[in-house]
Write a protein that binds this ligand. Structure first.
Ligand code: F1P
Length: 610
């Protein structure tokens, strides 16, 4: 979703801002803009719809530059995709600002400000902030004071950065519900909605907290909490190990990230397992103590992360003997739910900034969950900071909107968590050893599975003209079927639905004909014979099957059933391995269809509005 970059320097920074925006492109956006200020206070702005490339061309033409500036990629919420609605927004040439989030009381504020004579030039909620700050600036000595006054009048979520030509040596930022990070430099300072944007200029970051307002100059960063008290916030050295970098030998980030999975999983496992078990300390200093009293786990997540949580439910109940529920964050946060005694809330999120997941965590803390744990890929993100324990997936930056390596590393982290909790519930030493042994083999198994790519590329040709598809799995492979269907939807725009195979005859069987490809995930586990019966039900009705199966599962391919052999693995880690061919399938289908694989239409990487 929207991205922010800003900076105060001695050098001209337009290229730093544009590079920052490019690094945020992966989040999904539909227009981009930049405003720069020279030290004499002259203010210039460029905005373009479409890609950052268009903005860069406009900037090159108009030669806009300056030492202080703000930039933005917009993902439309209020107001269509137009140049007028793109940020930065200005109030009477006196204030320029960019904003992520949604101002919920924008209508009321707009009416009030219009009555005071402000003319609105866009349909955005953001422009309200610009005029509100402008109005409050009339009765305050500084922009900082005007922002502190204004944020008290705003409802909703914002990460906002602004500047005024009257004081061209500073920017003012405010955070509530939408992340902002300050990049600390030498004789220059920056701000962004995601540290990735600033990695070319610094690795020193201050993560602003909820309610913080800060004034930033070249040499000073003054931060104030929601009550207006000056506060010190720690400077963190960035631990982002893989820079987003370029696509290397790959055509798309998604394919690069699919192929990074063996290395990413190695990283997730690093120093966290030994030959016998999981080393609990990796979860945090007092992890063992917190997990000890836990009798129930409630998992909360959205999208792909929800699917990894669904697999974890099977693992936690069958392997760790801990009761577990899972719910989509946007549902959980708006219903009254029962909190069993000694419950742990587990949030799962690649970004750690998904608005619904974050709100659900905050609610869980309020309603009596004993402790919170987050499985997350972004260090310093809101979920990580607000949870008692965090298990980092360490997958490196994920740029493709459709999540791949974040998902498989989440599964690895969740399987390790299963062992850690299982130990508290009497999991046998043999089972602990079986799980860590299987995990240790996983990176090589994933490498082996990736060699299926060529065969799947051919298979994809049979899908490209289809309108619909059905994915089937049973047990912990059911969520993998769901994830496969989601991937196909997201990047190839083919309607895909997943069913627990046992549900087929309760409705979806009516859909089966030769135009409906049916994809089946079939490892050699104790549900195999049941699954085979479901496959026969489809075959008997003229359906065309594509079965991803263990060779010992003995499926016989023919005209109506294509069988793709997946490497043999311990059934415990099979959900992780079977994810790979489904990712590859959706990728190759999308290539044939010519879609924008890394930034599929209408989607955003980090869903920071509800
Ligand atoms: C959740 C999610 C992703 C999906 C897309 C939109 O994000 O649904 O799973 O791939 O990027 O957001 P997160 O909470 O895991 O960051």
């Amino acid at each position: 979703m929207c991205g922010i970059v800003g900076g105060v320097a001695e050098r001209h920074i337009v290229n730093i801002l544009l590079e920052g925006l490019k690094r945020l492109e992966y989040r999904g956006y539909d227009s981009a803009g930049v405003a720069l200020m020279e030290s004499d206070g002259s203010l210039k702005r460029e905005r373009e719809i479409g890609k950052v490339k268009n903005l860069a061309e406009a900037v090159a033409k108009s030669k806009v530059n300056g030492t202080v500036g703000i930039a933005h990629t917009r993902w439309a919420t209020h107001g269509g995709v137009t140049k007028e609605n793109a940020h930065p927004h200005m109030s009477n040439n006196d204030i320029a600002l960019v904003h992520n989030g949604i101002i919920e009381n924008h209508e009321v504020l707009r009416t009030e400000l219009q009555a005071k004579g402000y003319e609105f030039l866009s349909a955005t909620d953001t422009e309200v902030i610009a005029h509100l700050v402008h109005e409050n600036r009339k009765s305050t000595d500084t922009l900082l004071a005007a922002v502190q006054k204004s944020v008290k009048q705003l409802d909703g979520a914002y990460g906002t950065v602004m500047m005024e030509p009257a004081n061209p040596d500073r920017i003012v930022v405010a955070r509530s519900g939408s992340p902002l990070v300050i990049g600390v430099g030498i004789g220059e300072n920056f701000v962004a909605s995601d540290q990735l944007a600033l990695l070319p200029v610094t690795r020193q970051f201050i993560f602003l907290e909820e309610g913080d307002v800060a004034e930033i100059t070249r040499d000073e960063i003054n931060i104030f909490d929601a009550d207006g008290n000056a506060v010190e916030r720690e400077i963190n050295e960035s631990t982002v190990t893989h820079d987003a970098g370029d696509k290397g030998e790959y055509r798309h980030y998604m394919m690069k990230e699919i192929h990074e999975q063996p290395a990413a999983v190695r990283n997730t496992l690093l120093n966290r397992i030994n030959a016998d078990t999981v080393i609990e300390e990796y979860l945090g200093e007092n992890a063992a103590e917190i997990l000890q009293g836990i009798d129930h786990v409630q998992i909360i997540a959205c999208g792909t992360s929800y699917h990894s949580g669904m697999v974890a439910r099977y693992w936690l109940e069958s392997l760790a003997n801990v009761s577990c529920n899972i719910e989509i964050a946007s549902e959980f946060r708006y219903r009254k739910s029962f909190v069993p005694a000694n419950s742990l809330i587990v949030t799962i999120s690649q970004s750690g900034e998904t608005a619904d997941t974050l709100a659900a965590l905050r609610l869980a803390k309020e309603i009596g969950y004993k402790a919170s744990l987050s499985v997350c890929n972004v260090p310093g993100s809101s979920l990580v900071r607000e949870s008692d324990l965090a298990v980092m997936t360490n997958a490196g930056a994920e740029i493709g909107v459709a999540s791949t390596k974040a998902f498989t590393t989440q599964l690895v982290a969740l399987l390790m968590l299963t062992v850690a909790l299982g130990k508290q519930k009497g999991m046998t030493a043999e089972l602990q050893k079986e799980i860590v042994t299987a995990l240790a083999t996983l990176p090589n198994k994933l490498e082996e599975t990736l060699t299926m790519a060529e065969g799947i590329e051919k298979l994809a040709e049979e899908f490209a003209d289809k309108q619909h598809s059905l994915f089937l799995g049973r047990g912990e492979q059911y969520p993998i079927a769901m994830e496969g269907a989601l991937k196909l939807k997201e990047i190839s725009y083919i309607h895909a639905e997943a069913y627990a195979a046992g549900e087929l005859k309760h409705g979806p069987l009516a859909l089966i004909d030769a135009e409906m490809p049916i994809i089946v995930v079939a490892p050699n586990n104790d549900l195999l014979e049941k699954l085979k019966s479901n496959v026969e039900e489809v075959r008997a009705r003229g359906g065309i099957l594509y079965v991803f199966a263990d060779k010992d599962a003995r499926f016989k391919g023919d005209d109506t059933m294509r069988v793709m052999e997946v490497p043999h693995v311990d059934p415990i880690i099979a959900p992780i391995v079977y994810t790979i061919p489904l990712q590859l399938l959706s990728y190759y289908v999308a290539i044939i269809k010519g879609t924008d694989v890394d930034q599929p239409r209408n989607l955003a990487k980090s869903v920071t509005v509800e």
